[in-house]
Design a binder for this molecule. Structure first.
Ligand code: SF4
Length: 269
C-alpha cells in the first residue's frame, strides 16, 4: 500500500525542505491552517512562500498578514526580478491568455524553482478532494508534491469552515472567485465589472495595458483599433469596455427578471 501524505512527510530525510506556497486564495491558506492545527510536527518544519507578481490586490496582502499572525511564522515573499511590463515586452506585447500562459511560468514557477534550488523538497499543494485538476507539478526530480486535502477528503465547504474559524475568508471572494493578478484573464465578465467597481484605478490600468498593446500592434496613424481574439485583449470575447458593458446589461436584465417574478408572486398572494 502506498504511503499517506503525512507518512511521506514524516519519513522525509532530515535535510528535506517542507514548503507550502500561499497563493492568496482560500485553498492554500486553509491548507496552512489545517496542517498547523492537525499536524504540528510537520507545521514546525514548514517554510511558507508567496510569489508576488507585483499585480496583486490589497486584499491578498491583508490575507497574508492575517495568516502570518495565525501561523506565527513569516511567509517568504518571492518575486520575479523584473516587473510585468518587462515580460510583456519580451513576449512581443502578447497579453497572457489561457493558450499562452507565459505569466505563470515567469512570475510564479521560476521564482519558486529559484527559491528551492536543488534541495530535496516536499511541496504541499492545496488541491481539494472535490476538484478534478492536477495543478502545477514540477519537472524537477528533487521536488515531491503531496496533496493533503485531496487525500484527507477535504472539500470546498470544509475549506470555508477552516477559514471562518481561523483567519476569515479573503475579502475579494465577495466579488471574485479566485486570487491572482488584478488583470487575470481567467476573470469572468462579472468579475471584471467587480474590479471596475471595487478598484477603479486597477481597472483603468488594465484598460490602458490593453489599449497600449492594441495600439502598438496596430499603429496605423489615426487608427486606434484594438483587435480582439488574438491575445491582444484580456478576454477573447472582446475589449474590457465591451465586456463590462455586457456584464452590466446582464446584471440589469437579471434584476428586471427578479422584479417581475416578485410582482407575480405578490399578485398570486
Ligand atoms: S493570476 Fe492570472 S495573470 Fe496572474 S500569473 Fe496567474 S494566470 Fe497569469
Amino acid at each position: 500500500m502506498s504511503k499517506k501524505w503525512f507518512e511521506l512527510a514524516l519519513d522525509a530525510p532530515e535535510n528535506a525542505r517542507h514548503v507550502l506556497g500561499i497563493s492568496g486564495g482560500k485553498d492554500s491558506a486553509a491548507l496552512a491552517v489545517y496542517i498547523k492545527d492537525n499536524y504540528p510536527q510537520i507545521s514546525e518544519k514548514m517554510e511558507y512562500f508567496f510569489t508576488d507578481t507585483g499585480a496583486e490586490l490589497q486584499e491578498v496582502y491583508d490575507t497574508l498578514d492575517k495568516l502570518e499572525a495565525y501561523l506565527g511564522k513569516p511567509i517568504n515573499r518571492l518575486s520575479s526580478s523584473r516587473d510585468f511590463n518587462h515580460w510583456l515586452t519580451l513576449h512581443d506585447n502578447m497579453l497572457p491568455s489561457v493558450k499562452a500562459r507565459w505569466c505563470t511560468r515567469v512570475l510564479k514557477i521560476k521564482p519558486f524553482e529559484e527559491f528551492v534550488g536543488n534541495d530535496p523538497v516536499i511541496s504541499y499543494v492545496g488541491i481539494r478532494a472535490d476538484e478534478n485538476r492536477e495543478g502545477y507539478i514540477s519537472q524537477k526530480e528533487t521536488i515531491k508534491a503531496v496533496f493533503p486535502f485531496s487525500e484527507d477528503g477535504i472539500v470546498r465547504d470544509d475549506v470555508f469552515r477552516i477559514l471562518e474559524e481561523s483567519i476569515g475568508i479573503p475579502e475579494y471572494y465577495q466579488w471574485r472567485s479566485r486570487s491572482g493578478c488584478f488583470f487575470c484573464f481567467f476573470q469572468r465578465q462579472d468579475e471584471w465589472l467587480g474590479l471596475k467597481r471595487r478598484h477603479p484605478e486597477l481597472f483603468q490600468k488594465a484598460l490602458e495595458m490593453e489599449k497600449n498593446v492594441g495600439q502598438r500592434k496596430f499603429d496605423w496613424g489615426a487608427s486606434e483599433r484594438i483587435e480582439s481574439g488574438n491575445g491582444y485583449t484580456w478576454n477573447q470575447s472582446g475589449t474590457l469596455n465591451e465586456i463590462v458593458i455586457r456584464a452590466e446589461e446582464k446584471e440589469s436584465s437579471e434584476s428586471e427578471k427578479c422584479k417581475k417574478e416578485n410582482i407575480k408572486w405578490q399578485d398570486i398572494l
